[in-house]
Design a protein around this ligand. Structure first.
Ligand code: PLP
Length: 409
């Protein structure tokens, strides 16, 4: 009789792929919940469960369109949504944007994977920020590429250092990733930094990959510059979608907008089109939500004003964390997160994943450890600023208690 291995094992392709934000810590939280504990979840940037409901016009449009959304759509996405996205970018200074330059996906996540899979051969390098949104690193590895991290500078608002980026370019470098506004740091890059990144791509023939899913979430009037507007002659793929600004992460509605000298990328775009075809199309009801979202009242604007919920919560979380001895934290100019640092003299942490698991067990508060974002030390963690002011006050007081016990211990 034929012998089978006892166990089905995972592909070696996954050996170094990680996505720790939803990894062992989240499983431990689920275990504690099953035991009956209430966990304060400060780990995922998912607005809806925190009471951030989508504008009603989006929901009504989706409900109305459901009967017409039963079949597959064109793989690139429905035309009305692509027109709406092109017009949206035109109003943001990308005057040449047209529906043919827009491709729809099941969230930015799916598009990140497809864009990298279509691009990378074995050992091709992608410049990715550290800390990063870890899907960029994981998807690069899964596509056979090598992530090369450039270190963002905590002493300088978490902005990248252009000289360091340039020094890390090799003849295998294919693309430069910019995440702006940034997850996990909340940094929003000034125009000069983006111009510098575009210039690096221009001089080295790199593809600029701009993850701008938080583009409408900035505070105190900080200007958000879309990378494509300073990179008109650079091949640029801009990523965005409905998950954050329009608070419907569950609809899995995302898009890319491809700009610059696309004639240089004919072969690449054919490959990307092949991957799009192979997965048929993005979730069609979610595609119908796009035109309603982009054309309707932009309610995110009310939330980021000083009187708005997102602004108030960021203020509260920042103020309370900064009051804890040995905690320093840059105030986020955008996005939904803070990335505090714990002074190693007071809190020497060998393993930050164990540290956050201990916080979870003792205080029932779930945050993510800094290394989950490919950060270089073990002294950081990320929390989301989505919970109400009251919940943030309670959670941060729990973190402060845990830290004082950690010092005493
Ligand atoms: N890019 C960044 C920087 C993110 O923070 C996230 C989600 O948290 C995503 C992409 C994924 O977005 P989507 O829900 O569109 O897949």
């Amino acid at each position: 009789m034929q012998q089978f291995p006892d166990e089905i094992v995972q592909s070696p392709k996954l050996a170094s792929v990680r996505y720790d934000v939803r990894g062992p810590i989240a499983q431990e939280a689920a275990r504690l919940e099953r035991e009956g504990h209430r966990i304060t979840r400060l780990n995922i940037g998912n607005p809806a469960p925190f009471g951030f409901e989508a504008p009603d016009s989006i929901l009504q449009t989706m409900i109305k369109e459901l009967p017409t959304a039963q079949g597959y759509s064109d793989s690139q996405g429905i035309h009305s949504a692509r027109v709406a996205i092109a017009q949206y970018y035109q109003t943001r200074g990308m005057v040449d944007a047209g529906p043919d330059d827009v491709w729809l996906g099941n969230g930015v996540s799916e598009l990140i994977s497809m864009v990298l899979t279509a691009l990378l051969g074995h050992g091709d390098e992608v410049l990715i920020p550290a800390p990063d949104y870890p899907l960029w690193t994981g998807a690069t590895k899964l596509a056979g590429g090598t992530p090369v991290h450039y270190i963002c500078d905590e002493q300088n608002h978490w902005w990248p250092d252009l000289a360091e980026i340039e020094a890390k370019i090799t003849d295998r470098t294919k693309a430069l990733v910019v995440i702006n506004p940034n997850n996990p740091t909340g940094a929003v890059y000034p125009r000069e930094v983006l111009e510098g990144m575009a210039d690096i791509c221009r001089r080295h023939g790199l593809l600029l990959l701009a993850d701008e899913i938080y583009e409408n979430i900035t505070f105190d009037g900080v200007e958000m510059v879309n990378a494509a507007t300073v990179a008109e002659d650079v091949l640029t793929i801009t990523f965005s979608g409905l998950s954050k600004t329009w608070r419907v992460a569950g609809f899995r509605s995302g898009w890319i907008y491809i700009s610059g000298p696309t004639h240089r990328a004919k072969n690449y775009l054919e490959g990307l089109g092949l991957l799009m075809n192979m997965r048929m199309c993005a979730n069609v009801p979610g595609q119908h939500a796009i035109q309603a979202a982009l054309g309707g009242h932009q309610s995110i604007e009310d939330l980021i004003l000083p009187s708005g919920r997102l602004h108030e919560q960021r203020e509260t979380a920042h103020r309370l964390l900064a009051q804890i001895e040995g905690v320093s934290v840059e105030k986020a100019d955008g996005a939904l997160y803070l990335f505090p640092r714990l002074d190693p003299d007071l809190y020497p942490i060998d393993n930050d994943e164990h540290f956050v698991i201990e916080l979870l067990r003792q205080q029932k508060i779930l945050v993510s450890h800094g290394r989950a974002f490919n950060w270089v030390d073990t002294q950081h963690f990320r929390l989301v600023t989505l919970p109400s002011v009251e919940d943030l006050e309670e959670a941060i007081s729990g973190i402060a208690d845990f830290l004082s016990g950690y010092r005493a211990g």
